[in-house]
Design a protein around this ligand. Structure first.
Ligand code: NAD
Ligand code: UDP
Length: 317
């Protein structure tokens, strides 16, 4: 039985990862400050929970671990831009603390990085070797540059100290457990469609994303954690099925049984990447991993979960 630490384990992807690790029979400790994560996401699970803001140093080691995952960082632009300095510090100070903890524990670490390190990419689709095109002073930089600095920390802990740390550049992930008000496209579109409102599309809607269902992302993180000889390596984890935001809006409306709903166009987000699609050749070849759940199936499952949580909310109020 391995001891696994999951920073950010109360968040959307984190809570799915916690369940997957428990299902393997390992012990899980979660560190989270509940900034965007929810305590209820861990209800009924046998996990140790440490409430701590990783912007503050870890004064005492929370235990010894075999494996550390760092998912602690708000992921929605609305959330990470609410306290930009906090986001930067979480990525730098928090990642540094966890790397240091992994080193002293003799643990392996998996860093949740992001496709945002590619910024508004000039290379399409994006392979891991593409260094990116990021505006360092724009409103997304607290996240993009924070995650880039976190990758640099990981690379140097590996080079300078020999730490076995791997980096997952996660592309847009969706699924049950997302919070409907977090501002990301999938939950915003589902919430609008279920309430019969117009779908709020920012900009022209011609920008693209490539959406990965959460169980596929978690399977990718586990494959990355399990692989041998991957210290210091970076992998794209995402679904290469690229779609415009307008098409996503209509796919969500259909999945909600409301294909008739109109689009409401809003101002474009500043520095919004125009295209995003992962090259997952390396992950397929080395990790033997590829996503399995297509968009229609994933949206159907996500909409069912949103309907169920709306029903539960209504029954307690
Ligand atoms: P999320 O916001 O739902 O979860 C983040 C978790 O980290 C929450 O539980 C939050 O409370 C916790 N957290 C935030 N700041 C913290 C701090 N200072 N100290 C301790 N805990 C803190 O986000 P998510 O969608 O689950 O994303 C998880 C990770 O994956 C993030 O690092 C994110 O950057 C990365 N990622 C996510 C996506 C995606 O599409 N969801 C894409 C790329 C990368
Ligand atoms: N978006 C949108 N309406 C919304 C939320 C987002 O049109 O209510 C757009 C957003 O401008 C971006 C895309 O959808 O072009 C994906 O946004 P999201 O916040 O989900 O992810 P990210 O921008 O971090 O990839």
């Amino acid at each position: 039985m391995r001891q696994v630490l999951i920073a950010g384990g109360a968040g959307f992807i984190g809570a799915h990862l916690v369940r997957a690790i428990l299902a393997r029979g390992d012990r899980v400790t979660v560190i989270d400050n509940f900034q965007t994560g929810r305590r209820e996401a861990l209800d009924g699970l046998k996990v140790a929970v440490i409430e701590h803001d990783l912007v503050q140093p870890l004064r005492t080691a929370p235990g010894r671990f075999d494996l550390v995952f760092n998912l602690a960082c708000p992921a929605s632009p609305r959330h990470y831009q609410a306290n930009p300095l906090g986001t930067l510090r979480c990525n730098f100070v928090g990642t540094d603390s966890l790397l240091s903890l992994a080193l002293s524990s003799g643990a392996r670490m998996v860093q949740a990085s992001t496709s945002e390190v590619y910024g508004d990419p000039e290379v399409h689709p994006q392979p891991e070797g593409y260094p990116g095109s990021v505006n360092p002073t724009g409103p997304r930089a607290c996240y993009d540059e924070g995650k880039r600095a976190a990758e640099t920390l990981c690379a140097e802990y590996h080079r300078q100290h020999g730490l076995d740390v791997r980096m997952a550049r996660i592309f847009n992930t969706y699924g049950p457990g997302m919070i409907s008000g977090d501002g990301r496209a999938v939950p915003a579109f589902i919430a609008a469609a279920l309430e019969g409102r117009e779908i709020p599309v920012q900009g022209t809607g011609k920008q693209t994303r490539s959406l990965c269902y959460v169980s596929d992302t978690v399977a990718g993180l586990l494959a990355l954690a399990d692989g041998e000889g991957l210290a210091g390596e970076v992998f794209n984890i995402g679904n290469p099925d690229e779609i415009t935001i307008l098409k996503l809006a209509s796919a969500v409306a259909s999945a909600c049984g409301r294909p008739d709903l109109a689009i409401r166009f809003e101002a474009a987000a500043v520095d919004d990447p125009r295209r995003r699609c992962p090259d997952i050749g390396k992950a397929q070849r080395v990790l033997n991993w590829a996503p399995r759940i297509g968009l229609e199936d994933g949206l159907r499952r996500t909409v069912a979960a949103f309907r169920e949580s709306a029903r539960l909310m209504a029954s307690v109020s």
